[in-house]
Design a binder for this molecule. Structure first.
Ligand SMILES: O=C(O)C(=O)C[C@]1(C(=O)O)C=C[C@@H](O)C=C1
Length: 185
């Protein structure tokens, strides 16, 4: 039998991808560009399950995921909390003093608000932490950093300029696993 699948938002190195590996190790993760695309893949039977971040311990509910789930017939299978460690990543060779902006998912930016203020960095939103990391890695910008995981740093060959930049040491995000109603996946 082929391996069952789980759709997640982002790319390898995203926290949703980390959640797939931690909580659904028997499932093959399928990357999707948006929360809506995750729900659509499960509804269409392209993926057996979907996983979405629904709430962070310091930044609160993930509004877009709640909007998508409210409009979807999918059923909750389980919920899991994942510790979230955010690092400031740059191209290798960049210096912290030269960084002027940080790019990431708005939830990740909110989890690091105090650090970003103390470093006097401007911010810009991306669709996902790993999507921001992958984009930075393909360019030559030594003034921009992204907030993402150590897995994203490894996956895209980025340097960790500053480790653990989330404001609260107990930072964690709750993920919801969803499936088609009536399925016993
Ligand atoms: O999965 C990712 O990496 C994301 O960009 C999304 C997201 C979120 O929506 O809350 C997931 C977990 C963290 O709380 C930060 C960002």
């Amino acid at each position: 039998m082929s391996r069952p699948t789980v759709a997640y938002q982002g790319l390898p190195g995203a926290f949703s991808h980390e959640a797939c590996l931690a909580f659904l190790p028997a499932f093959w993760p399928i990357a999707k560009p948006s929360f809506a695309a995750v729900a659509a893949a499960v509804e269409a039977g392209e993926a057996d399950l979907g996983i979405l971040p629904i709430e962070n311990s310091s930044a609160g509910p993930v509004e877009e995921a709640h909007r998508v789930l409210a409009q979807s017939p999918l059923a909750t299978v389980s919920e899991h909390s994942l510790p979230i460690r955010l690092h400031l990543l740059s191209l290798p060779g960049a210096r912290l003093e030269a960084i002027i902006r940080a790019i990431s998912h708005p939830m990740a930016l909110a989890q690091c608000a105090e650090t970003l203020r103390s470093l006097k960095l401007a911010t810009a939103a991306a669709a996902n932490t790993a999507i921001a990391a992958e984009k930075l890695a393909t360019g030559t910008d030594l003034q921009t950093a992204v907030l993402a995981s150590s897995a994203a740093a490894r996956t895209y060959g980025l340097a960790i300029l500053r480790r653990d930049v989330h404001d609260r040491p107990d930072n964690a995000t709750r993920f919801r696993v969803v499936g088609r109603p009536g399925d016993s996946a």
